[in-house]
Ligand binder design. Structure first.
Ligand code: HEC
Ligand code: HEC
Length: 331
């Protein structure tokens, strides 16, 4: 549809129509300019009469009105030379609404980037202590995250609560930041076919027993070996989960999808695929830093894990070696 109107024929159609009507209006105005009232001359009454006493006089058009009309005509001519409007002619200024948008984004960036960036140099834990940063983080959260995690960040079925210490992937600053920047995809395979309906019910009862929830002890005992064979690889043999893949801890009473026998059976039968969309592209480093600080400060933030001594020993041999060599202090 739109391409049809970009075709040269329609462009010229619009150009000719516009120019002809502008010129036509100008000629009409010129034609009305000829009669002037001589000083002292009175306007004559014309033939018509309406409603008994409404008469028409042959006064010339008032000059303020004619001038206004000329001004609008000249304005439209100048406008059509400078801005797009005449068919597909782009206008002498090359103005586009996309360009205008880009310019406004640039302006907003120039204004707000320094405000967002001022916190980039500080560690997340320190940013979280600043009331100003928390306010900014909260506004960002309400705009970009609340539709899934709730405006109080307490989550909903399938959307994790971000205010408690129960983390799927980890609650230290760096892990939270990585969750936000790169997104997360929890992958629990459907195991219903492998286990069969009886097996699924037995494992589900074993899962319930892990958190001391109501369960059938007989079914749970039968489920234990099934759990070890089918589930322990991800949820660990003791059921405490694995942060590296986001496999939830099944021994607490915090549930992402619900802790009823039915909800657990559904996880087993159909699998679960939670998806957290990556934000880095859309938001950029500075906003993600503020969001990480906001989330970290909601109550569940944890200290960074102690660096592993083995990793430090291996560092010089790793890709980071050249970077370390650049800092004189490293020698
Ligand atoms: C489209 C819905 C959606 C949006 C929008 C969203 N999230 Fe998430 N988020 C999820 C889901 C679902 C998960 C859990 C992923 C999983 O099950 O593996 C998650 C996980 C997380 C985690 C990891 C939690 C944990 O326990 O380890 C963090 C942190 C997080 N989101 C923060 C944010 C922030 C901050 C924003 C806003 C920039 C945001 N999310 C926007 C759906 C969303
Ligand atoms: C390949 C790894 C993997 C295996 C095997 C696996 N799970 Fe999961 N499980 C996960 C992941 C990852 C999630 C989180 C899914 C999400 O974030 O959407 C999950 C979620 C769950 C949940 C939902 C927990 C909640 O908080 O609501 C239950 C229940 C569960 N698994 C039970 C089991 C049982 C029982 C088995 C064995 C029959 C099993 N899982 C096998 C990875 C696995």
């Amino acid at each position: 549809m739109m391409q049809e109107f970009d075709a040269p024929f329609w462009s010229w159609y619009i150009i000719v129509l516009t120019v002809v009507s502008l010129v036509g209006v100008a000629l009409f105005l010129l034609s009305q300019r000829t009669r002037r009232l001589a000083p002292g001359e009175k306007a004559q009454q014309m033939e018509h009469k309406w409603d008994g006493d409404l008469v028409e006089l042959n006064n010339p058009l008032p000059s303020w009105w004619v001038k206004l009309f000329w001004i609008t005509l000249i304005f439209s001519a100048v406008y059509l030379v400078l801005y797009p409007g005449l068919g597909s002619f782009k206008g002498a200024l090359n103005w586009t609404s996309f360009g205008e948008y880009d310019k406004e984004i640039e302006k907003a960036k120039a204004k707000y980037d320094p405000i967002f960036n001022q916190f980039m140099g500080q560690p997340v834990e320190q940013v979280a202590a600043s009331a100003e940063a928390r306010d900014m983080g909260q506004r960002l959260f309400l705009t970009y995250c609340a539709q899934c995690h709730g405006s109080d960040a307490a989550g909903a079925t399938g959307f994790p609560n971000l205010t408690d210490k129960d983390w799927l992937y980890g609650g230290d600053a760096e892990t939270i930041k990585a969750s936000i920047a790169n997104g997360r995809a929890g992958m629990m395979p459907a195991l219903g076919a492998a286990l069969g309906p009886d097996g699924a019910r037995q494992v589900a009862n074993y899962v319930l027993s892990l958190s001391g929830s109501n369960h059938d002890a007989g079914l749970a005992a039968a489920g234990k070996p099934l759990f070890e064979a089918n589930c322990a690889a991800c949820h660990m043999p003791d059921g405490t989960g694995m942060a590296a893949m986001g496999a939830p801890n099944l021994t607490d009473k915090t549930w992402l999808y619900g802790g009823s026998e039915g909800a657990i059976m559904e996880a087993i039968n159909k699998g679960r695929v939670g998806n957290m969309p990556a934000q880095l592209q859309a938001l950029g480093d500075a906003k993600i830093h503020l969001l990480a600080a906001y989330v970290w400060g909601l109550g569940g933030g944890m200290a960074a894990p102690a660096p592993e001594p083995a990793a430090e020993a291996a560092a010089p041999a790793s890709e980071e070696a050249p970077a370390a060599a650049e800092t004189p202090a490293a020698q």
